[in-house]
Design a protein around this ligand. Structure first.
Ligand code: ZN
Length: 370
């Protein structure tokens, strides 16, 4: 399989367009056309991980954190990043990063963290408004099926677990073909009235161009009349953080123990006296403390994320138990999720690609218990 196909699998799950605009997600080193036989999945890229990839004869590293993040002004082999780039090129190992697009997608970093601690009924903690558009097109009724199928094949009409969602209303369209036109019905210079169906479908904003091209390719009109609307609906598929419920209520100590055990934490850093029994839990993998107010608004009994500052702990005002479970620890479960997702796709195509999950503990933060 070529790298481009692997990229397509990953970006169908986590489209690049939902990534944070300052991010640098996607192919970092390599060619989309190179063949891939062995893949190593990791959170970070460092020397040990590059050596691990070389020993396992992998030709592609998929990392969550991009190695090339800030604009690179030089590839200095004596500096950390330049040296890693040099080695990867020398060992013929491609590097692909799937970063904030994996944070903001369903079943991404935060949903996986929620599953890891045993939450059920998982949904986004914060839903994104900016991803959907509606396309309304006027079609002769006998062409509606053909046009809606083409639009659906290009990615329109997906609402949650439902595909090919569309709405049709019949009406009468009017036009006067100009000189030199070849109208579907009628003659140049004559005002025509024609029965038409208004076909409406939604699409993610980054798929609108391909949906419109697919629609025009099968539409019988010389000049297709269509509208594209901005929607302010909340998206079901993209957002930030996650919230869910534990199978049973837990008291504070039992809950802290449970989180420590599920995320393999050497110590559990938290705040909140909270006598309440914990059931509803909000999470965000990585550094997600900006979502604290969303967690409180959603009546979560506890909020788990990483990289929490001293003053952020104050903002809980004892309304919620907040746990700093570490950036690495809250993101680490996504490695296995990426591996499973790819394995399932490769099995569908009977591709014999080996996938390794990195065994290198790339967390630079260590704990010393005196
Ligand atoms: Zn991260």
């Amino acid at each position: 399989m070529i790298l481009q196909n692997i990229q397509n699998i990953l970006e169908t799950w986590a489209p690049k367009d939902i990534a944070w605009e300052q991010d640098n997600t996607g192919l970092q080193i390599g060619s989309p056309n190179q063949h891939v036989k062995n893949i190593l999945i990791t959170l970070d890229v460092n020397n040990e991980i590059v050596e691990e990839a070389r020993k396992k004869k992998t030709d592609l590293i998929i990392s969550h954190h991009p190695l090339l993040y800030k604009p690179l002004k030089s590839v200095n082999f004596d500096q950390r990043n330049g040296n890693l780039v040099q080695k990867l090129i020398l060992y013929k190992i491609a590097l692909y990063s799937i970063h904030t697009n994996l944070d903001f997608t369903k079943d991404g970093v935060s949903f996986t963290l929620a599953e890891q601690i045993g939450l059920k009924d998982i949904d986004f903690l914060y839903k994104d408004k900016q991803t959907q558009k509606k396309i309304a097109v006027f079609v002769p009724p006998e062409y509606t099926q053909r046009v809606s199928s083409a639009m659906a094949d290009a990615g329109a009409g997906i609402i949650g677990n439902y595909e090919s969602c569309a709405f049709e209303t019949d009406g009468v369209g009017m036009y006067k073909p100009g000189i030199g036109s070849t109208p579907f019905k009628g003659k140049a210079g004559n005002l025509e009235h024609i029965t038409e169906t208004r076909l409406e479908m939604t699409a993610p904003s980054w798929k609108v161009n391909s949906v419109v091209s697919a629609m025009k390719a099968v539409h019988p009109y010389e000049e297709v009349a269509y509208d594209i609307y901005e929607l302010s609906n909340f998206s079901n598929d993209y957002g930030a953080g996650a919230i869910g419920i534990l199978p049973g209520r837990m008291n504070k100590n039992k809950f802290l123990k449970h989180i420590g055990y599920s995320l393999k934490l050497p110590v559990v850093k938290y705040c909140g006296t909270g006598n309440a029994k914990i059931k509803r839990v909000a999470v965000c993998g990585g550094g997600g403390s900006d979502l604290l107010s969303a967690a409180i608004r959603h009546n979560a009994d506890a909020f788990i994320t990483g990289d929490i500052s001293y003053h952020r702990f104050e903002e809980t005002e004892d309304k919620i138990i907040m746990i700093d479970a570490g950036h690495f620890e809250t993101e680490h479960p996504i490695i296995h999720k990426i591996a499973v997702r790819l394995k399932n796709e490769f099995m569908k195509h009977s591709d014999d690609i080996k996938i390794f999950e990195s065994k290198v503990p790339s967390n630079n933060i260590q704990y010393f218990i005196p």
